[in-house]
Ligand binder design. Structure first.
Ligand SMILES: Nc1ncnc2c1ncn2[C@@H]1O[C@H](COP(=O)(O)OP(=O)(O)OP(=O)(O)O)[C@@H](O)[C@H]1O
Ligand SMILES: [Mg+2]
Length: 478
């Protein structure tokens, strides 16, 4: 609330109301009065009040009842109660019910003024804190992007400046650093938000298919082209197209793309006429395009055409101060998606996360949090529930999780157990090894079992069988 602070005095004695009105009004506060609890409740409905000063003993709705009403309907409002008979029991009951303070009659008006002022000051402080927290949240996020590091603040600032322009933006970063999220943030925070956002993976298709995918084709353009087809550039009309993994675009496609970017026209494969297009172009890559230019894999002219504005996403290991924030963010997202009872992370777990070097960047972190929530039905996520790939051999061993070694980087294979073999349970040992590999493959594949199976050269059937046996996810996908 801005402006004058508003105080509501509630007392069935008129002389008391008048005396207090006069005294509090003198302090520069706006004063309202009510003769009983019911009248006070009505007054509160029509006007927001900062502090209620109420007698406890009143006919009808008494002070305690009014207090209950206020804490329910206007929790921001502080209540100070006046009690005539020095009945500390009632006073303590009042505090328990959420009263801010009480004064016992007869009291010095100054005593009451001090209490009111203190209540107002605390409210102001709370409001400031809230504002500050909100500002911090605004500063540490942009769209769905979260980050508190200087590097990410610079990224947010840059995004903010380019959302409403039409210039081409090249987003560069290792796999899993959030390139697609940046592209989406640019689109959805700009004036094109209502128009389509189309992402196309330039590495996924051979040149001739990519061309018809991007630009469309006419009926009969090639065998199999049995009807006209609109390309993705046209589909994105008025909106944004993201050319993902542009660094892997086949060389022979590159001059065709360059022409489209320069002329703002596309020609469907097999057609003789051009279509004007109005599309904002974003591109992303985890490759070093300049190196690509030098080695002849990427056309220099296309590189300069795309590289008008560059957003550089640093790897997560270079902004470890974002780790805790991101971990909380992903946990919060899981909490809203499912009803997990997890409250947060133990500080040791956060320390472990911050000590990891995150070769898979933010995606790996998101998967680690999902893993932990699945593993840990408890209230607080502990080191023991983090993936062995994250905490390394030491953490996992000390947490009693895996007997089979995954080295500190989490990326080399398991060792044979040392020492005499007479007590070795080979089956169990191999199961442990298999389980670790499957977990890592799952993490690498965003939890998609078919992909994880492929990574390990396993059949999906057998992957699913073991996933079930080892309790890795529910096998619902695939
Ligand atoms: N700053 C961030 N805040 C919140 N989530 C993020 C952030 N960065 C990445 N993510 C999440 O991490 C995952 C990977 O992000 P994204 O797909 O944008 O990465 P990428 O750089 O495009 O990866 P790739 O090169 O493998 O395609 C996504 O689930 C994304 O939502
Ligand atoms: Mg991507």
């Amino acid at each position: 609330m801005t402006g004058l602070s508003r105080i509501l005095i509630v007392d069935d004695e008129q002389s008391m109301r008048e005396m207090l009105s006069y005294a509090l009004d003198n302090e520069g506060w706006e004063v309202l009065t009510a003769a009983d609890g019911a009248a006070a409740a009505v007054a509160l409905q029509t006007e927001p009040v900062d502090v209620v000063v109420s007698d406890i003993r009143m006919p009808g709705m008494d002070g305690l009842e009014l207090l209950r009403h206020v804490t329910d309907s206007a929790p921001q409002t502080s209540v100070i109660l006046m009690t005539a008979h020095a009945s500390t029991d009632t006073a303590i009951e009042a505090l328990r019910l959420g009263a801010y303070d009480y004064v016992t009659k007869p009291f010095d008006v100054d005593e009451l003024k001090i209490s009111v002022r203190r209540a107002l000051d605390e409210q102001a402080l709370r409001r400031d804190n809230q504002l500050l927290r909100q500002e911090l949240a605004d500063r540490n996020s942009f769209g769905n992007l979260v980050g508190g590091s200087d590097a990410m603040h610079r990224v947010f600032e840059l995004i903010r400046r380019v959302t409403d322009s039409t210039s081409t933006v090249l987003v560069i970063g290792e796999s899993g650093t959030g390139k697609e999220l940046v592209a989406r943030a640019i689109h959805y925070n700009g004036s094109r938000a209502a128009a389509p956002f189309v992402a196309v993976n330039c590495a996924a298709l051979p040149a001739h298919l990519l061309e018809s995918e991007l630009f469309g084709h006419v009926k009969g353009a090639f065998t199999g082209a049995d009807r006209h087809k609109e390309g993705l550039f046209e589909a994105a009309a008025g909106g944004t197209i993201l050319l993902d993994e542009i660094g892997d675009m086949p060389l022979e496609m590159q001059p065709k793309l360059l022409r489209v970017l320069e002329d703002r026209k596309v020609r469907r494969v097999g057609s003789t006429s051009d279509v004007d297009i109005e599309v904002r172009v974003l591109a992303s890559t985890n490759k070093n395009l300049r190196a690509g230019v030098e080695s002849g894999k990427f056309r220099e002219d296309l590189f300069y055409r795309l590289n008008v504005i560059q957003v550089d996403l640093p790897p997560l290991r270079d902004r470890l101060e974002d780790v805790a924030l991101l971990a909380e963010h992903f946990l919060e997202r899981l909490r809203t998606e499912t009803d997990v009872g997890v409250q947060g992370f133990e500080s040791q777990a956060i320390a472990s996360l911050e000590a990891h070097d995150w070769p898979g960047n933010v995606r790996e972190l998101a998967n680690a949090v999902r893993h932990a929530v699945t593993m840990d039905p408890g209230e607080w996520i502990s080191v023991a529930s983090l993936p062995p790939t994250v905490v390394g051999a030491e953490g996992a061993a000390s947490a009693g999780l895996v007997r089979d070694a995954v080295d500190a980087s989490g990326r080399s294979g398991p060792d044979s157990p040392h020492g005499p073999l007479d007590n070795l349970d080979l089956e169990a040992h191999l199961d442990g090894v298999k389980r670790d590999y499957m977990l890592r493959a799952l993490e690498q594949s965003d939890g998609v079992q078919t992909r994880a199976a492929e990574v390990l050269g396993m059949s999906f059937r057998s992957f699913r069988y073991y996933a079930k046996k080892f309790g890795l996810g529910d096998g619902a996908d695939g």
